[in-house]
Design a binder for this molecule. Structure first.
Ligand code: G16
Ligand code: MG
Length: 216
């Protein structure tokens, strides 16, 4: 029986994945590194440091340089986030959060992002959430299961009672490694190993989820 729904943030509830791309693109251009939307696919859902390592693609860098570059990308990213409003919630997201909350499900955000508190402040969805686990909460980020397991523990539910909703393969892998069921959103090639699949949350009601996921 599913008792908790664990939502990824970037790419599931809001469109910040585009802001991450633009931030990395700006840094890559400044450093003369090749980077485009296709390469960006590998950065979805993984941590800031892992993203930089993928971007560098073996190019040597000191710890100090890496820290400076991560901070610089994060400044660019925060410029976009500071302009966000609740209008940046993706279609269907708010309606589904409310419906799940009102139906008595536990609802959590589980994100790799260390900027999660800032993004949630802009989106103003705190009243519909039971807990938030972000990239500040555990040493190992997605695709490790740690963030999802911590969310289940905080909610007082078993992993098998959780449904993970994710837009990235790293997040689906993390949910599966945690022993949870997974719903992938977006192009199938991004979430091919998910148990269930939908294009996005637009028009997705609790009833629609129940048609898709047994025991919900
Ligand atoms: C998000 C994004 C990733 C980003 C990561 C870390 O994860 O999808 O692209 O690299 O957060 O973000 P930050 O630099 O803000 O700590 P999720 O799990 O919300 O999809
Ligand atoms: Mg995501």
């Amino acid at each position: 029986m599913i008792r908790a729904i664990l939502f990824d943030l970037d790419g599931v509830l809001t469109d910040t994945s585009e802001f991450h791309y633009l931030g990395w693109k700006r840094l890559a251009d400044e450093l003369g590194l090749p980077f485009d939307r296709q390469k960006n696919e590998a950065l979805r859902g993984v941590s800031r440091r892992e993203s930089l390592l993928i971007l560098l693609d073996g190019r040597p860098a000191t710890e100090q340089e890496m820290n400076e570059w991560m901070e610089r990308k994060n400044r660019y990213y925060m410029e976009y986030v500071s302009k966000m409003t609740p209008q940046n919630l993706l279609p269907g997201a708010l309606e589904l959060l409310k419906e799940l909350h009102q139906a008595g499900y536990k609802v959590a955000i589980v994100s790799s992002s260390k900027n999660t508190p800032l993004v949630l402040e802009r989106l103003q969805i705190g009243e519909w959430l039971d807990t938030v686990v972000d990239g500040n909460a555990a040493a190992r980020s997605k695709p490790a299961p740690d963030l999802f397991l911590l969310a289940a523990e905080r909610l007082g539910v078993e992993p098998a009672e959780c449904l993970v909703i994710e837009d990235a393969e790293a997040g689906i892998a993390a949910g599966k490694a945690a022993g949870m069921r997974t719903l992938g959103l977006g192009p199938i090639e991004r979430v091919s190993s998910a148990d269930y699949h939908l294009p996005d949350l637009n028009g997705v009601s609790l009833q629609r989820l129940r048609e898709l996921v047994p025991d919900l």
